[in-house]
Design a protein around this ligand. Structure first.
Ligand code: SAM
Length: 279
């Protein structure tokens, strides 16, 4: 049986990981970095005007005078980190992608910003990245399996000072309800997101139980087949608050987006501001 057919016939088990996290895959990383930096490409980052509004809102939620140290989880090339540094915060940015961090470091140096960057899996954060506030922007939390989400929440709680703030956004239960299962294919004759080589990409979206979506991409080049599973767990306010409470956080505000727009039960995303309970 061909490798392509084998991949097409498989139904991944819940949260099954593919061989390599696509953010760090050398075939994908250069295109992802370009997508981060392309204002018109929403694949990796939101548009600059949204991030600007988001940085303003985060600064209003956790003012610099009381929350001077911020840890940006999954900082990518530093789009939030630089904006927060310009607003006077002392910023640490962590990301699992060496290519994103290399770019972020060079960009901070170019712009004269003293940002501390580290290549690190945010699920395994250690207290050395201590902070008054942490952010996890662009719905990354829901990409993790349940166990890793619990570990991430507990580790963030551990690195924040008592009463520290954690701001994160997720896709909403409404996003799950609106999602349709689909199968499609695309030919990238001169390369595309998944590799710079010519390839065919098969995309399948499947709905799993408990508000979990899978986007599975199977990429065939002239010499190999690679599959990438991207999981999205969607949340309602209650299910997100429950996971936060398990780690010792209380929800102090809920909005529809990480730019602070008023909560909308029909919205595609939910953002919560969590405060760490003081023991
Ligand atoms: C959707 S992008 C969002 C980037 C940034 N927060 C923004 O909004 O512009 C997700 C980022 O998280 C990083 N990432 C994914 N999984 C990670 C992990 N387990 N630990 C650290 N970073 C991770 C990726 O490399 C990527 O830069």
């Amino acid at each position: 049986m061909s490798a392509l057919l084998r991949e097409c016939l498989r139904t991944p088990t819940l949260y099954e990981e593919t061989a390599q996290l696509f953010w760090c895959d050398p075939d994908v990383s250069p295109q992802l970095l370009a997508a981060h930096l392309d204002a018109d490409n929403p694949m990796a980052s939101r548009p600059p005007h949204f991030i600007e509004a988001s940085a303003d809102w985060i600064a209003s939620v956790a003012p610099m005078g009381r929350y001077p140290r911020i840890c940006d989880l999954g900082c990518g090339p530093g789009l939030y980190a630089e904006r927060m540094a310009r607003r006077g915060y002392r910023v640490t940015g962590v990301d699992i992608s060496p290519m994103a961090i290399e770019y972020a470091r060079a960009s901070a140096a170019r712009n004269g910003l003293a940002i501390d960057y580290a290549v690190c899996d945010y699920v395994d954060l250690r207290a050395e990245h201590s902070a008054d506030m942490a952010i996890l922007a662009y719905c990354d939390y829901g990409a993790l399996p349940e166990k890793s989400r619990g570990k991430l929440m507990r580790n963030v709680k551990g690195l924040l000072r008592p009463g520290g703030i954690f701001v994160l956004d997720v896709f909403s239960a409404r996003h799950y309800e609106n999602a349709r299962e689909l199968r499609s294919w695309d030919v990238a004759s001169s390369g595309g997101l998944w590799t710079a080589e010519p390839h065919v990409c098969l995309h399948e979206r499947k709905k799993y139980r408990n508000h979990v979506l899978l986007d599975r991409y199977i990429v065939q080049t002239s010499s190999r087949v690679k599959a990438y599973n991207i999981w999205t767990t969607c949340f309602g306010p209650e299910s997100l608050a429950r996971e936060a409470a398990n780690a010792g956080f209380t929800v102090i505000d809920i909005t529809v987006s990480i730019a602070g727009d008023a909560f909308d039960p029909a919205g595609d995303t939910i953002c919560v501001v969590l405060r760490g309970n003081e023991q």
